[in-house]
Design a protein around this ligand. Structure first.
Ligand SMILES: Cc1cc2nc3c(=O)[nH]c(=O)nc-3n(C[C@H](O)[C@H](O)[C@H](O)COP(=O)(O)OP(=O)(O)OC[C@H]3O[C@@H](n4cnc5c(N)ncnc54)[C@H](O)[C@@H]3O)c2cc1C
Length: 413
């Protein structure tokens, strides 16, 4: 039985440590923070969306980057396996809208307690406040192989190292890219790191007047260099800098690369996707008929949220004090156009400190998908967000962490 060192005590590292210990190895888990799972505490707004109940095909579809690389990992630990494991560890789960699975208690802390219990039962030795600084290797007949790690406390000899140090988003939780640097030192390549599942900055000043406004049932269409790129129906939120909320965060995972490339990105919101232009025009005409003596500014309350009315009025360029009966057909059709196509210029994504995940990471071509072992250094494994694999929201990113952690932990020996 070997000695395994795991660098990083997040979701993937804890799962890898538990799995390697279940195989009978002596496992040491090194975490640079004062506690394990700092990021896990804030997942799912403190409720931790641990996985998704969809079938595996659907899970793969929700993995945006390198989903083929995930085949073996997902079979080694499926979403059902994750639920079963947590239930056995005393963490009851429940399923919510969109098949998202949470602890029944709505407490991320219970997920961490469940993992801590499994680490303890499997005698994993935990080293807190201990950052791994370097992976030590030696050359032999079969090429380069791991011989240990260097921490602030000195050299630690081991047979295998599993790097599970996360990405570079929310760096305050400890994910600061140490693992990427160590992987590069050993000859690995790291693909470009970009913030993903991240709010978007918008040029138009009017978003500031809408900040805090959440819209449900809208259709968001993104155009890149004038061509339709992505479309999604759902919820969004205006912020002081731009837009956020579920449809925007998901789209950001696709847009982050094109924005970085300097392409023009336009967001067009259909505020009334259930009505075509003609039906919406008829609806507005009915509103105008019933409010015909009112000022224009007092005629939109049945059509729009309160905070949006001044913005739409200003964009329509119709005098807000104009009597509704004086509004021309042309003006009314302009209003229809605004409600069907509220246009914004997306300038960039927000930064890593606001990004739920990091897009990019250790190039998966250099990692064996059947084991998570490096193809460059023997005895070196990767798990979790450090890899160039990322997914949409809904529990899929943690599923990546659990599955790759399990596979790396089972494979290390
Ligand atoms: C606000 C927020 C909410 C989220 N909500 C969800 C959700 O509900 N569902 C979902 O599926 N995903 C969610 N995610 C994404 C998910 O949290 C991550 O994908 C997942 O935590 C990645 O796990 P990991 O173990 O690979 O990395 P991390 O969780 O980042 O863990 C890496 C660990 O390594 C440690 N470390 C780093 N460098 C060193 C070093 N040199 N030595 C020792 N230790 C080191 C870090 O301190 C950290 O503890 C959310 C993310 C954020 C930021």
């Amino acid at each position: 039985m070997g000695i395994i060192a795991v660098a990083g005590g997040g979701a993937a590292g804890m799962m890898a440590a538990i799995s390697a210990a279940e195989c009978g190895h002596t496992v040491h888990l090194f975490e640079k923070n004062e506690k394990l799972g700092k990021k896990l505490y804030i997942t799912g707004k403190g409720r931790c969306n641990i996985t998704n109940g969809a079938d595996l095909e659907e899970i793969r579809k929700n993995i945006v980057t390198n989903n083929k690389f995930m085949y073996s990992a997902l079979y080694t630990m499926s979403n059902d396996d994750v639920v079963r494991m947590f239930e056995e560890a005393g963490v009851k789960t429940k399923i919510e809208r969109g098949n998202r699975i949470f602890p029944e208690s709505d407490r991320a802390g219970d997920v961490i307690d469940g993992l801590a219990g499994m680490l303890k039962r499997n005698h994993v030795q935990i080293h807190l406040n201990t950052a791994v600084k370097k992976i030590l290797t030696e050359s032999g007949d079969g090429g380069e192989r791991v011989r240990g790690i260097l921490t602030g406390e000195g050299t630690f000899s081991c047979d295998c190292v599993i790097i599970a140090t996360g990405g570079v988003s929310y760096p305050s939780t400890g994910s600061t890219g140490d693992g990427h640097r160590m992987a590069e030192e050993l000859g690995h390549h790291v693909t470009e790191l970009l913030p993903a599942l991240v709010p978007l900055n918008v040029k138009e000043e009017f978003v500031k007047d809408l900040q805090g406004l959440a819209l449900k049932n809208i259709m968001a269409t993104f155009y890149v260099d004038g061509k339709k790129f992505h479309e999604a129906f759902g919820e969004m939120l205006f912020t002081h800098f731009g837009v956020s909320g579920p449809v925007i965060l998901s789209a950001s995972s696709l847009l982050t690369t094109v924005l970085k490339q300097g392409k023009q990105v336009e967001l067009v919101i259909d505020l009334k996707p259930a009505l075509d232009e003609k039906t919406l025009d008829e609806r507005i005409q009915r509103e105008f008929d019933s409010f015909h003596k009112r000022d224009f500014r007092n005629s939109l309350s049945n059509l729009l949220p309160k905070s949006m009315i001044p913005v739409i009025i200003s964009l329509s360029e119709i005098d807000e004090y104009k009597k509704v009966y004086d509004i021309t057909r042309e003006e009314r059709l302009k209003l229809v156009g605004l409600l069907k196509q509220l246009r914004m210029t997306v300038t960039s994504t927000r930064g890593f400190h606001e990004a739920i995940i990091t897009k990019g990471g250790v190039n998966v071509k250099e990692v064996n998908p059947a084991t998570m072992e490096s193809k460059i250094v023997k005895g070196l494994f990767f798990a979790g967000e450090i890899l160039d694999v990322d997914a949409y929201t809904g529990g899929f990113n943690l599923q990546i962490a659990w599955s790759t952690g399990r596979l790396a932990g089972f494979s290390a020996e």
